[in-house]
Design a binder for this molecule. Structure first.
Ligand code: SF4
Length: 267
């Protein structure tokens, strides 16, 4: 894989082959540097440069749409469009405009959003995500203490807020809802409260992950995207859960929830 695959001047990257969604074209409405309301200790972007809950335009809509049109014209196949990139996409106050603009240019391609759920109590964010076909929430922690250790959020962001945001969204959202959890030795002890929450929210799908990609020790825009490329910079390996532990988690969820379970160990 060459640097041209992830040109640094573009807000659109890929398509990259996702084990879940096929050829996924990434949209980065943050772009300028890594910016997120979390600073997860396993983040593929490395240590987040700008840890914030600030809603603003991070990159102009026109630039994203221009980059998207170019990618659309030059890509052979795009199965899905995924909002992710250089941080938390819902921090971008122009996300709704971007979603609508892309819908006009490619009405047939489904649009997915990867999010940490920290902004969904805001009316403007609820408005911005209306055109999204599938929302994939990150939920890694089972207790407030684990949440602070794993996701290292911006001041004022709590696990309670995120759980409330997910529950409220579920009541009104007509698209698909998925919960994605990064399991690691830190958070795999209290499964009961996790499966109770899943049973209450009833997401269509739960995706069980473990940090198989190493943690980059510096920020590079090439880190965007769900890919397995090895880049030439320093990284630190992370502790994963074993296949046996992942099977136990899966078993617990199958017994207590009706969600479709997808595990990184089986795919
Ligand atoms: S929420 Fe995503 S982008 Fe933000 S720090 Fe965590 S893994 Fe990185």
């Amino acid at each position: 894989m060459t640097s041209e695959t992830f040109p640094n001047s573009k807000t659109v990257y890929g398509p990259v082959t996702s084990w879940r969604f096929g050829e996924s074209l990434g949209i980065d409405p943050i772009f300028e540097t890594s910016t997120c309301s979390f600073n997860c200790f396993y983040c593929q972007l490395g240590h987040i440069q700008n840890i914030t809950t600030l809603q603003r335009v991070y990159v102009p809509t026109e630039k994203v749409l221009k980059d998207f049109k170019e990618a659309l014209d030059s890509s052979k196949k795009i199965d899905v469009i995924t909002y992710s990139g250089s941080g938390e996409p819902t921090l971008a106050s122009n996300l709704g405009e971007i979603v609508l603009g892309i819908r006009k240019l490619a009405p047939e391609i489904p649009q997915f959003l990867l999010t940490n759920g920290t902004q969904f109590h805001l009316d403007e964010v609820k408005e911005n995500i209306k055109g999204i076909d599938k929302i994939i929430f990150k939920l890694d922690a089972l207790t407030e203490k684990e949440f602070q250790l794993i996701n290292r959020p911006a001041p004022g962001v709590t696990l309670k807020l995120i759980k409330e945001n997910i529950k409220t969204l579920k009541e009104n959202y007509t698209g698909d809802l998925e919960i994605q959890t990064m399991f690691m030795p830190l958070n795999s002890s209290d499964l009961k409260s996790y499966s109770e929450f899943i049973a209450e929210v009833k997401p269509k799908t739960v995706q069980l992950n473990t940090p198989k990609r190493p943690y980059p020790l510096s920020w590079h825009r090439e880190n965007r995207g769900n890919h397995n490329a090895i880049f030439d910079y320093e990284v630190r390996d992370l502790r994963t859960v074993s296949q046996e532990e992942a099977s136990d988690i899966e078993k617990e969820l199958r017994q207590n929830t009706s969600a479709e379970i997808i595990s990184i160990y089986r795919n």
